[in-house]
Design a protein around this ligand. Structure first.
Ligand code: ADP
Length: 591
């Protein structure tokens, strides 16, 4: 569909371009032809006028010359030698005064009696011209005009003849020959291309020498015979130019092909002389004007096409860009959707993992608790049973002994439950400014009984640092670490541990280092997990470090375990409060 549209549009554009080029060419060509025709008409009219006046100037010369008495006298007495001489002199005189080629007197038989050129070698005197049309017309009483080649001289000219009447009777003819060849030179010098043709279409005057005495069209045999009899063009073999007419968009001009060249021909009739002036113009000029205009029109239209194509292309690119942006947005949306789906899947998987983890912790917890509680329960069962038996036997001493042990076991079970409660408690820590030294002092006080029984030396070192935290919880963490340290050194003959307080930039570090067996790789890996313990039953639930880890993190700090070789070292890092900065307790509640 789109291709079809494109092909149609392209076809239309090309057709339009061709039409515009053609019509512009034709329009401008026609207009230029008209201009040429106008110019040619003016020139032709002017030139015919010149020619006409050049001939007409002498139209009455034969009459005037014939009025001379000597001529009529000679006609009446042709043998009179004195009269003949007079006539010859008179005619030579008249010729000189009027600048015609020749003036001569012919008798009724056509024989020249006297002539202006009587002295020249090519004198007309004695020559017979009865075959000439101008003589025949004049002898019949009419003035006549004729163009032809002189039979005697061989030079062309216009012949004007008039009858010479004596007492109302035609007794002879006076003829004047005019040389028109100077016109050829004149035209050539004016840059004109002109030919004069007679009524039969034979060119007798022309700026193109090889066209002289050629006919525009082939002449019929009868015409040829006629021309032969009048000897109009002497002995010249009249050939046709073989011109071919071609149609033109205007009527004032004709397109003529002569010897492979094309001419624009303007024909101007000379009316009364039966002659035609042929004015030839160059066809190249109108053609060139037409082409130039067509070229400009074609290029302009092509430019318009180009601009339209550019605009179209630009808009298409814009549309494509918009489409690709939309496609990109679609892909992005799809990607988002996929990510969301994947995330949901992962979250679900994670939830399952968390649930599984929770179940594992729960399982561990159940195992630890049942282990921790089932032992004392069995013992309680046995102690209670025995106490009953002792009482039945009135053995009050043993019975009360058993009851005391039952009491102790209950206390132990109570402490297990207490530890669990501490782990399970989810109260948020209350952050305030805490003096680390004070927290350490509190913790040392709480572990004092154990320190005494285990005979452990505790070295505290470093300056006080203020941290942001919960003082009770921090004490709880420190107690855990001190207890673990003393537990670890149980088997050592000498027991000592170092407690150091230090400030690192905006952090405070509290480290507890013992000289026990240190931490194996396995222990290091699971240390902070709840219910991880290596201690014998009744000694610990494995919740201390897990709890400490949680507390320190709630105070925006961290806890790290490492081997100190020998022994283990635990470091607590907490955010410091600048010494001068004093804030009220309970300022904010941590997550
Ligand atoms: P519990 O003390 O109840 O075992 P904890 O979470 O406090 O629980 O400690 C977990 C385990 O970490 C201990 O059982 C012990 O194996 C190991 N541990 C803790 N502190 C030390 C220490 N200072 N030296 C060697 N091992 C330690």
């Amino acid at each position: 569909m789109r291709r079809y549209f494109l092909a149609t549009a392209l076809g239309t554009c090309v057709a339009l371009l061709i039409a515009v080029v053609w019509f512009t060419y034709h329009g401008y060509y026609t207009r230029a032809l008209q201009e040429t025709a106008q110019k040619a008409t003016v020139t032709a009219q002017l030139q015919t006028q010149y020619l006409l006046s050049a001939v007409e100037k002498f139209e009455h010369l034969p009459h005037l010359a014939g009025a001379e008495r000597t001529l009529s006298d000679l006609l009446l007495s042709p043998q009179n030698a004195a009269l003949l001489e007079q006539a010859n002199h008179y005619l030579a005189f008249a010729k000189d005064k009027t600048e015609v080629a020749a003036i001569y007197l012919i008798d009724t038989e056509g024989t020249t009696l006297a002539a202006s050129n009587w002295q020249s070698e090519t004198s007309y005197v004695g020559k017979n011209y009865r075959f000439r049309p101008y003589f025949q017309e004049a002898i019949e009483g009419r003035s006549s005009m004729f163009y032809g080649i002189g039979v005697t001289t061989g030079t062309p000219g216009a012949f004007i003849a008039a009858p010479l009447r004596v007492d109302g009777q035609v007794r002879g003819v006076v003829a004047v020959k005019i040389d028109l060849t100077p016109f050829e030179t004149q035209w050539r010098e004016a840059g004109l291309h002109i030919a004069m043709a007679d009524a039969l279409g034979v060119i007798f005057l022309t700026t193109q020498p090889d066209w002289r005495y050629r006919s525009l069209r082939p002449l019929s045999a009868t015409t040829m015979d006629l021309l032969g009899s009048t000897r109009q063009y002497g002995d010249v073999a009249l050939q046709s130019l073989g011109s071919q007419n071609r149609p033109l968009p205007i009527q004032e001009l004709q397109a003529l092909d002569i010897h492979g060249e094309t001419y624009l021909l303007k024909v101007q009739d000379m009316g009364r002389f039966d002659w035609q002036m042929l004015l030839f113009s160059e066809p190249a000029e109108p053609h060139r004007k037409g082409l130039a205009a067509a070229e400009i029109a074609g290029l302009s239209l092509a430019l318009v096409y180009l601009s339209l194509a550019l605009v179209w292309q630009y808009r298409r690119r814009q549309t494509e860009r918009r489409e690709s942006q939309r496609a990109l947005a679609r892909v992005a949306a799809e990607l988002d959707h996929r990510i969301a789906v994947r995330t949901a899947e992962l979250t679900a998987a994670n939830d399952i993992a968390v649930q599984t983890g929770k179940l594992a912790v729960l399982g561990q917890m159940a195992a630890s608790i049942s282990h921790e509680i089932s032992q004392p329960l069995t013992a309680l069962r046995t102690l209670a049973d025995n106490a009953t038996s002792f009482l039945a036997r009135n053995d009050a001493a043993n019975a009360s002994d058993n009851l005391r042990i039952i009491g102790e076991l209950c206390t132990r079970m109570g402490s297990i439950v207490g530890e669990l409660k501490a782990f399970a408690r989810k109260e948020p820590v209350r952050l305030q400014e805490v003096s680390v030294r004070q927290a350490v002092a509190g913790a040392l006080m709480l572990v004092e009984p154990l320190r005494k029984t285990t005979a452990t030396e505790i070295h505290v070192d470093g300056e006080d640092v203020l941290v942001r935290g919960d003082p009770i919880r921090l004490e709880q963490v420190l107690v855990n670490l001190l207890r673990n340290a003393m537990d670890a050194m149980e088997a050592q003959p000498e027991r000592s541990l170092e407690l150091q307080l230090r400030a690192h930039g905006d952090q405070a570090e509290i480290s507890v280092r013992d000289h026990g067996p240190g931490l194996s790789a396995d222990v290091l890996e699971h240390l902070f997990e709840p219910f991880f313990t290596t201690k014998p039953s009744g000694k610990g639930l494995g919740l201390g470090l897990s709890l400490s880890h949680a507390i320190v993190h709630e105070m925006a700090g961290s806890i790290h375990a490492d081997n100190a070789n020998p022994g283990a070292i635990f470091r607590i890092l907490l955010p410091r409060v600048p010494a001068h900065h004093c804030t009220a307790p309970d300022e904010r509640t941590a997550r």
